[in-house]
Design a protein around this ligand. Structure first.
Ligand code: HEC
Length: 400
């Protein structure tokens, strides 16, 4: 390389294979993960059906996750080898020059600077992207483990950790997919088609534009000092056992990850003949149209009263106090003010025909509709008791 070459080697074969592994595992994860995050979108339903159902989709998702983890372990061992045995420069580590480069690039983009910053082998954009992948992998592995092994997880963490992991897993997925589609694709496909990760080579112009500092270095000291074979052998004698133990440990971790439990793979089929879960234990009160207090016997929670207690102190149920909260939680994600049936407000509930028949819980769709278990959303037996008592009391909005 004494004369000015037109292209430079940028990625060796192993790096290029790693990138292909990442493409395969990442896109498979995205294609099988996003339909689980957005299950009602028609494209999601299409993908689930295409792959032969939700369970197959989940298994493919997990297989891709394992591939991703294998690739991460390989990458770690390889990075250790380059850094420790070959003493290559840790050129992926961010440093103060990256902040300066970012600032210079910003000024250049705005037209305030004449030249682009001269950047090293990995410029600040590439470093940020690399560490974003590392960060994303860690989040996805931890939350993925929790979702894959919820029972094991909840022996150590409270139950809320599982839905929290689900939110974090899905949100990080959306972030990662957007980062690839917008950030990565912009820099390597749109701004300029950069195929060096496939061809392994990069042109002189691209070197000048994006890795000026590396180019200068390459043109100056061609001959890197060779490591003495003796030193190399010594380092390998230390590195190989360490790397073997480390990777076996990590592989065992992946094995446990995969085999610990199958809880989250199977979908429990819906019950064919649902058992009636609500059976009133007490006679219901005679229908009334006003918010009158109920006989103590129909109250789900026995009020602290004796026979002398004046009737007025017996709690009666009102929309505002007792009902609105849980009905909104269970139902208004679909039935809100934008829907013909608005279960988010008293007016909406009472307006709809037959949804609440004051004094007649038997014929109130609010209870009947969800009782057969086929309708989305559900009420607990306690909530149904409350609803029944409230409707029996004439379904008042608030206390008089
Ligand atoms: C995932 C969305 C979704 C949720 C959650 C949901 N519903 Fe519905 N609901 C619908 C759809 C869609 C319809 C119209 C089709 C039908 O009647 O099944 C409907 C219809 C109804 C009707 C019939 C309205 C009429 O005028 O015939 C009632 C009553 C009802 N829902 C009550 C409830 C209650 C009570 C809850 C909360 C426990 C609830 N729904 C939760 C989607 C939902």
């Amino acid at each position: 390389m004494s004369e000015n070459p037109r292209t430079f080697v940028r990625f060796d074969v192993l790096r290029r294979i790693e990138h292909i592994l990442l493409i395969v595992s990442f896109s498979t994860l995205a294609l099988t993960g996003l339909p689980q995050k957005f299950p009602t979108a028609s494209i999601s339903i299409f993908i689930v059906n295409l792959l032969g159902g939700i369970e197959m989709l989940r298994i493919i998702h997990r297989a891709a996750a394992v591939l991703f983890m294998f690739e991460a372990i390989y990458h770690l061992v390889d990075a250790g080898y380059r850094l420790y045995v070959k003493r290559e420069e840790a050129d992926m580590l961010p440093g103060p020059t990256d902040v300066q480069d970012a600032l210079k690039a910003f000024l250049y983009n705005l037209g305030f600077a004449k030249h682009r910053p001269k950047m090293g082998r990995f410029n600040f954009i590439e470093k940020a992207e690399y560490w974003a992948v590392v960060w994303g992998l860690l989040i996805m592995a931890v939350t993925g483990f929790m979702l894959w092994n919820p029972i094991a997880t909840t022996t150590a963490l409270p139950g809320q950790a599982i839905p929290a992991a689900k939110v974090a897993h899905g949100a990080e997925a959306v972030l990662a997919v957007l980062a690839i589609l917008i950030w990565h694709f912009y820099f390597v496909h749109l701004k300029k088609l950069n195929l060096s990760i496939f061809t392994g080579r990069i042109s002189l112009e691209e070197m000048e534009d994006e890795h000026g500092a590396e180019l200068e270095k390459l043109l100056q000291d061609e001959q890197k000092p060779k490591i003495a074979p003796e030193t190399l052998r010594k380092r390998m004698a230390i590195y190989f056992p360490v790397a073997t133990v480390l990777s076996l440990g990590l592989l065992y971790g992946v094995y446990r990850f995969v085999t610990l439990e199958q809880t989250a793979i199977t979908t429990i089929p819906p019950v064919e003949n649902p058992v009636e879960i609500y059976a009133p234990q007490t006679a219901t009160a005679a229908p009334t149209q006003t918010a009158s207090p109920l006989p103590a016997a129909t109250l789900p929670i026995t009020p602290p009263q004796t026979s002398e207690t004046p009737a007025a102190s017996v709690p009666s149920f009102t929309w505002e106090e007792d009902i609105a909260g849980f009905v909104q939680t269970s139902c208004s994600m679909c039935h809100d003010s934008g829907d013909a049936l608005d279960l988010g407000s008293y007016a909406g509930v009472m307006k709809a025909n037959g949804v609440v028949a004051p004094g007649d819980p038997e014929n109130s769709l609010l209870i009947k509709k969800v009782a057969d278990g086929k309708h989305p959303g559900a009420f607990t037996p306690e909530q149904i008791e409350l609803l029944t008592a409230w409707i029996n009391a004439g379904a008042p909005e608030k206390a008089p």
